[in-house]
Design a protein around this ligand. Structure first.
Ligand code: TMP
Ligand code: ASP
Length: 238
C-alpha cells in the first residue's frame, strides 16, 4: 500500500490517501506542541514510539475488549494503514486521578484520588482552545446523535477499564487520557487517533515519576527517555 496525496497535517501526524477510498495512511511525526501550539519542539523517536504503542493497544482493545478501532495494519516504524473516517469533533477525556486542567479547575493537588472515573468532552477547535462541553452541547450542535454519543461513552469507559488493568500490570498508574472517535462510510463509530504518551498521563506506580508528554509541557527533562521507557514497558507486557 502506497501513500498518495496528503489529506491533512496535524500537530503530531500526517494523513495520506491511498488507492483504496476506504483506507488512509497515518504517519507519525517527532514534532511536539503544547498549550494549543504555543510551545513547539521535537521529541526524538516519538513518532516511532507513538505509532507502535498505539497499534499495540488498539489491537488488544479490539481482541480483548471488543472495541472497534480504525486500525488495519502497521506498514513501517512510523506509518499505519487505518480505516478512513470522519472524525467526531470531540476530545473524549477520561480521568482516574486529579491532574492537569482538572487540578486547576477544582483547586485540588495533582494526585488526588477520585471516587469514580470522570468523562469529559472538549469541542475540537484549536481557534477556540478546545472548550469543554457536555452531552447537551454535543446533541444540540449535531456533533453526534444520541446513539453515537451513547456508543462513545460506553467505549470510553470500557477502554478505561481495560487500560487501567493493562497499565497496572506494567507498573503504571493511568491518571487520565484523551480519545477521539470517527465514523466510517458505513456509519460505524470506531476508536481513531492515538493512545500514546502524547495523549495519556502515565505515572510510575511506585515512584510516581511522570512518563508522558507532561515532561515536555513542563520542561521536566529527559522526555525521550520517558517515551522509551513506556515503549519498553508496554512491549514487555504479557
Ligand atoms: P488536561 O488535564 O490538560 O485537560 O489533559 C487531560 C488529558 O488529555 C491528558 O492525558 C492529556 C490529554 N490531552 C491531549 O491529548 N491533547 C490535548 O490537547 C490536551 C490539552 C490534553
Ligand atoms: N494539543 C496540545 C497543543 O495544541 C498539545 C497538548 O498539550 O497535548 O499543542
Amino acid at each position: 500500500m502506497e501513500k498518495l496525496e496528503q489529506l491533512y497535517e496535524g500537530k503530531a501526524k500526517k494523513v495520506y490517501a491511498t488507492d483504496d477510498p476506504c483506507i488512509c495512511i497515518v504517519s507519525y511525526k517527532d514534532d511536539a506542541t503544547a498549550f494549543n501550539g504555543e510551545k513547539r519542539g521535537t521529541i526524538r523517536g516519538k513518532g516511532v514510539i507513538n505509532n507502535r504503542i498505539t497499534n499495540y493497544l488498539m489491537k488488544r482493545l479490539s481482541a480483548e475488549a471488543g472495541i472497534p478501532t480504525h486500525y488495519i495494519e502497521e506498514l513501517s516504524d512510523t506509518d499505519t494503514a487505518v480505516k478512513r473516517v470522519t472524525i467526531i469533533p470531540l476530545e473524549v477525556i477520561v480521568r482516574n486521578v486529579i491532574a492537569g486542567s482538572l487540578s486547576k479547575r477544582v483547586g485540588k493537588p495533582e494526585g488526588t484520588e477520585l471516587r469514580c472515573p470522570i468523562l469529559e468532552f472538549s469541542y475540537k477547535d484549536d481557534e477556540l482552545g478546545d472548550p469543554m462541553v457536555n452531552d447537551y452541547h454535543v446533541l444540540a450542535m449535531g456533533w453526534a446523535t444520541e446513539e453515537e454519543l451513547d456508543a462513545i461513552k460506553d467505549y470510553a469507559l470500557r477502554i478505561n477499564d481495560y487500560l487501567l488493568k493493562f497499565f497496572s500490570s506494567i507498573g503504571i498508574d493511568l491518571i487520565d487520557f484523551k480519545l477521539e472517535f470517527g465514523k466510517t462510510a458505513d456509519g460505524e463509530i470506531v476508536l481513531a487517533d492515538e493512545i500514546s504518551p502524547d495523549t495519556c498521563r502515565f505515572w510510575d506506580s511506585k515512584t510516581k515519576k511522570k512518563l508522558d508528554k507532561d515532561r515536555f509541557r513542563r520542561d521536566l527533562g529527559d522526555t525521550e527517555g520517558a517515551y522509551k521507557e513506556m515503549l519498553e514497558r508496554v512491549f514487555g507486557a504479557k
